[in-house]
Design a protein around this ligand. Sequence first.
Ligand SMILES: [Zn+2]
Length: 310
Amino acid sequence: MCDKEVAKILFDNCKIDECRKAVKFFTDDLCQTKRQTLDIIDNVPKGWSGLYKMVRTFMRESKSVFKGFAFEDEIDALIDNGYMNALKGNLHSAEESNRFLMERIFLSILVENTTRDYEEILRSRLWHKMVDSGYTILHFGEVVGRLKKATGGKPPLNEETIYIIGRPVCRKHLEYPQFSKHIEDLPIQERLKCRCGKEADYMTLAMPKVSALIGIGCYILGYPSERFENIYSNISRIIHPYGLVRMEKNRAVLLWFRDYFMIVSELKKAIQLKGNKEREKVEEKERGDEKTKSKKKKGKSNPKKRNRKR
Ligand SMILES: [Zn+2]
């Protein structure tokens, strides 16, 4: 669900009823209900003369969320493309931009928190080649299962542990040594087999399909994945079989913007949550350091006591 405070600010800024209706529409009643786009596609309000300006202002401000993202440039272009297509009434293309946007967001999270090798794989167009050769993660369930089996727990995904959810290969079938790690260098307890049946010697990075990618991103952020999955499947439903190609411009903008607004809202919350958790960890560590420091100080200033102990 979206951010009630942000929705309220937009709502309160409205001077006319048409604006209030539009804000209620794209915020799902000021973030109080949950609706599928297809259920409301016939009830899109008409908009008003200030609609485009409000959308553009939100777009401009929301782009700061993506500052520093690995795929910031692409994300920027996708937001603009979505808006431009919606402006022309091309809802289908506009929503496609939203879908690509979500994929780029989660790819950014993956790349930044695990290994830049993924970026290289993408930019050098190896991604699809590796997918075709079977270096894939199809579902997030696979990720959890593998992590648990390998380590007995739920370790954070990072530069090292990302290989645990890769593909096991033997020496003979090692195709991508530059994107592989030796199993002995990884915290893997179980015995894994190569596709040929021999014991595996290496783990090669695997490419997550989009549902696994969203799951991995949310695992990294420590945020429930259902909300993003919902938005994604919602968008896919519009793009896929219904073929809603043309639409009245105002309405197309509102429909596209509704999904964009939801994506940004969830992402902001997820990033904030992760920031809070990290701050807590740092503070906890600092408190711990303080304790050991004061203990040490005590020890030094009181040598007799220490001697007695010995
Ligand atoms: Zn093999």
